[in-house]
Design a protein around this ligand. Structure first.
Ligand code: AKB
Length: 315
């Protein structure tokens, strides 16, 4: 039976992943941790500990106390916030990651942490971006993600830690909002469509980025963690994407179901610059071949589901 510790469990991925893993492995076997504490299901439906991942001793003691065999490390600053607070991003994203890897090494646990399309930069091929290619990001977040990918590979090669990871695109969900990301527009647009029937996009027309609906992201994490290690040639930071879209594509998908919806643009130069430094469309072939990655949701199916759930949640 698994015993999993999740950091950043109240964040966008963590709040859904915790609940999904509790259903799969039993509530008491999934220890949710976060620097914050709130009134959510995550806190009350199973074990919860307040944890600052930069505190190495507290991290180790929490993991040891619960006798965990898997660490899922999600606590991190996203790209736009990291660009505003680069030193904090370095300290939290890298300090938290090395502490998490050390806990895994000392307790001999399996390990997962997400990388991102942000690990690529302007010199990376923009379309059908290969799994193994140039990675020279121009953001602090990207620098953290490339370093993190290398560090996870190092812990596998040097210490035999069973590290695994995915390069996530923008993740879209109606449950917990993202915070401080460049791809957040693709979540906000659905909230504003329901609340106001209008959205002003901070990302410009024609700016393509990869995206994925949260149920596909959760399945991808579970499938990768359960994959036969003998079949994994890459282990860390697999490219995974479900769709490559620009704001006007989301606008058109929403208008199929809400013809009254309108959108205009108020481009934020900082997030636009980050978006332009990232690929248009990454190639997920290695993830498909090595552990059977498959996304179920395209833009239209995701849009119908988002609008259905947000209608119930917001009206
Ligand atoms: C962000 O926009 O920072 C994240 C990501 C793509 O890693 N959603």
């Amino acid at each position: 039976m698994k015993k999993i510790l999740i950091t950043g469990a109240l964040g966008q991925i963590g709040s859904e992943l915790t609940m999904t893993l509790r259903e799969r492995y039993g509530a008491k076997n999934v220890i949710a941790t976060d620097i914050n504490k709130n009134d959510s299901n995550v806190v009350y439906s199973g074990p919860f500990e307040q944890l600052d991942v930069t505190n190495d001793k507290a991290f180790f003691e929490t993991a040891k106390k619960h006798n965990v065999d898997t660490v899922i490390h999600l606590a991190a600053l996203l790209s736009a916030t990291a660009e505003q607070k680069p030193l904090l991003a370095w300290n939290l994203n890298m300090g938290g990651l090395v502490n998490a890897l050390e806990v895994s090494r000392e307790l001999n646990t399996q390990f997962f942490t997400p990388s991102s399309i942000g690990a690529f930069g302007p010199s990376t091929p923009k379309d059908r971006t290969p799994q193994d290619t140039i990675q020279q990001p121009t953001t602090m977040y990207g620098v953290n993600k490339v370093s993190g990918e290398l560090l996870c590979n190092y812990y596998f090669q040097k210490f035999g830690v069973d590290t695994r990871g995915l390069r996530f695109p923008g993740l879209i969900s109606y449950v917990a909002p993202p915070g401080g990301g460049t791809t957040d527009y693709a979540v906000e647009i659905y909230y504003e469509a329901i609340k106001k029937g209008h959205y002003s996009s901070y990302i410009g027309k024609g700016t393509y980025m990869d995206m994925m609906y949260m149920p596909d992201a959760l399945n991808a994490i579970i499938n990768l963690m359960e994959a036969d290690p003998a079949k994994l040639k890459h282990r860390n930071s697999f490219n995974v994407s479900a769709m490559s879209i620009a704001p006007e594509d989301v606008e058109a998908a929403i208008q199929k179901l809400m013809p009254e919806f309108t959108m205009d643009y108020k481009v934020d130069p900082i997030r636009q610059q980050i978006a332009e430094s990232w690929p248009n469309a990454i190639d997920s072939t290695c993830a498909c071949e090595e552990w059977g990655f498959k996304a179920e949701y395209d833009l239209d199916r995701m849009t119908a589901d988002m609008l259905l759930h947000l209608n119930k949640k917001l009206t």
